[in-house]
Structure formats: C-alpha cells, structure tokens
Design a binder for this molecule. Structure first.
Ligand SMILES: C[S@@+](CC[C@H](N)C(=O)[O-])C[C@H]1O[C@@H](n2cnc3c(N)ncnc32)[C@H](O)[C@@H]1O
Length: 228
C-alpha cells in the first residue's frame, strides 16, 4: 500500500489507538516505525479488520492467492499461513478441504481473531524477518498474503520460509510489482534461485486486490517450489 501520514494516536496509557477511519488505519499500519509498534497497531485493529477491509477496500488478496494455491498444493498438506492475521486465508483453505493449517503472526490480537475460526490446528506468535521457531522442513507449503509488503515483513523473511518448507513443497505469496522491483525482492528471488534453494513455478498477472480503496496498487501471486 502507499504509505503516507500516520494518523494513529497514542492514548495517555501509551497504547496505540487507531483512528476510526479505516483508510487511515491502513496507512497507519504501513507506516509503523518498528515491529513492536506494528503489532500494537494490528492488535488495536484486529476486531474490525475484516469489516473495514471488506467495506472500504474490497480486500480480495486471500481469494486470489487461494485460487492459485489450490492448483499446486495437495489437500493433505501441512500448511503454514505466515502472517495469518484474522484467518481469512485459513478459512478459505478450510472451505476447500485443507485440514492441517498452522497460523503464525506478529500480532496476538490478530491471532485471537483467527482462533475464533475453526480453520487452524495451531497458533504461533512469531516475527518474519527473524528466525522462526519451527524445525527445518516442517511444512509442505507456506502461504503468505499481504505480509511481505511495505513496512511489514522484509525480503529476508523468505530465507526462513524456504528453510521451514520441505524440498518439493511450495511457497505462495502476494507481492506488489513495485516492491519486487525496488524493495529488494527481485534480488532475494534471484539469490534463492542462484543458491539452488527454490525454482519459480508461476507468477500471476498484476491484479487489483484492493479495488475500492487502492485501485492503482496492484499485486501478483508468486509460486515457488523449494528445491533444497
Ligand atoms: C494485511 S494483514 C494480512 C492478514 C491476512 N494474511 C489476510 O490476508 O487478511 C498483514 C498481517 O501480517 C502480520 N505481520 C506484519 N508483519 C509481520 C511480520 N514481520 N511477521 C509476522 N507477521 C507480520 C500482521 O500482524 C497482520 O496480521
């Protein structure tokens, strides 16, 4: 998303209070100065996240990614939803017959919302960009929607997503074309390819996934197969 002036306010207890207007809440999370603040902002937003994004942005990232994901990943796969948020992706995957889903997110508040859904078997609070507390080759597939983006998880997160995915498994994630070019993702994709860690399977055409709120901001779904 496009960043911009943050309109989050600090309450007198020092807790971040996101203002009521959803566009500002979105700008607010994308301009968080650090992960601690980002987690607080998502904690504050968690309860109204789904309604706000649906009503004001037409958020269709989860649907787009799941449509691609189901073409490559078997129904019995053990799947990590990295940056699971309130569980929109897991809910769609469960509807498609996937049963072995693990939710991971920076924000305890978002994970609390995800817990209310019956889609996931496990919930883990972790930070992408740091070492993930999962053994190597834990998952058959990883999905990550709206997380490797402005002010959120950095390109280096992909190293750990590769490590926790079994050889032959898939990583499916959404990314803005401008961040691919200018945000270090192009270089990280190439590095992982050159080091024999993964191979590109497919990348979708740039698509609007926030058609109401940010029609000019496009995203692509990238699918990689982990090779070692
Ligand atoms: C835009 S929301 C997307 C949530 C969900 N995937 C969806 O499609 O609705 C971004 C999520 O990523 C989480 N997040 C941001 N940076 C993260 C990081 N470095 N590590 C783990 N989760 C992160 C946020 O807490 C938030 O739940």
């Amino acid at each position: 998303m496009s960043g911009g002036r943050c309109t989050c306010a600090k309450s007198h207890q020092g807790v971040t209070r996101a203002v009521a207007e959803p566009r500002n809440v979105v700008q607010c999370v994308y301009s968080s100065p650090d992960n601690e603040e980002l987690a607080e902002r998502y904690d504050q937003w968690a309860e109204s996240y789904e309604d706000d994004l649906d009503r004001d942005f037409g958020w269709s990232g989860p649907l787009l990614a799941v449509e691609v994901f189901t073409k490559y990943v078997a129904k019995n796969a053990r799947i990590l939803d990295a940056g699971a948020g309130t569980g929109l992706v897991g809910t769609l995957l469960a509807d498609q017959g996937y049963t072995d889903l693990v939710a991971m997110d920076l924000s305890a508040g978002m994970l609390e919302e995800a817990r209310k859904k019956s889609a996931y078997r496990e919930f883990h609070q972790m930070v992408m960009g740091e070492r993930l507390d999962f053994p190597t080759s834990s998952f058959d597939a990883v999905v990550s929607v709206g997380v490797l983006t402005v002010g959120h998880a950095p390109p280096s997160s992909l190293d750990e997503l590769v490590r926790v995915t079994k050889p032959g498994g898939h990583i499916v994630y959404t990314l803005r074309p401008d961040l691919y070019e200018d945000g270090g993702f192009k270089e990280k994709h190439a590095e992982l390819g050159a080091n024999g860690m993964w191979e590109l399977v497919v990348v979708s055409e740039p698509t609007q996934i926030l058609p109401k709120g940010e029609p000019d901001v496009l995203h692509q779904v990238w699918v990689f197969a982990v090779t070692s």
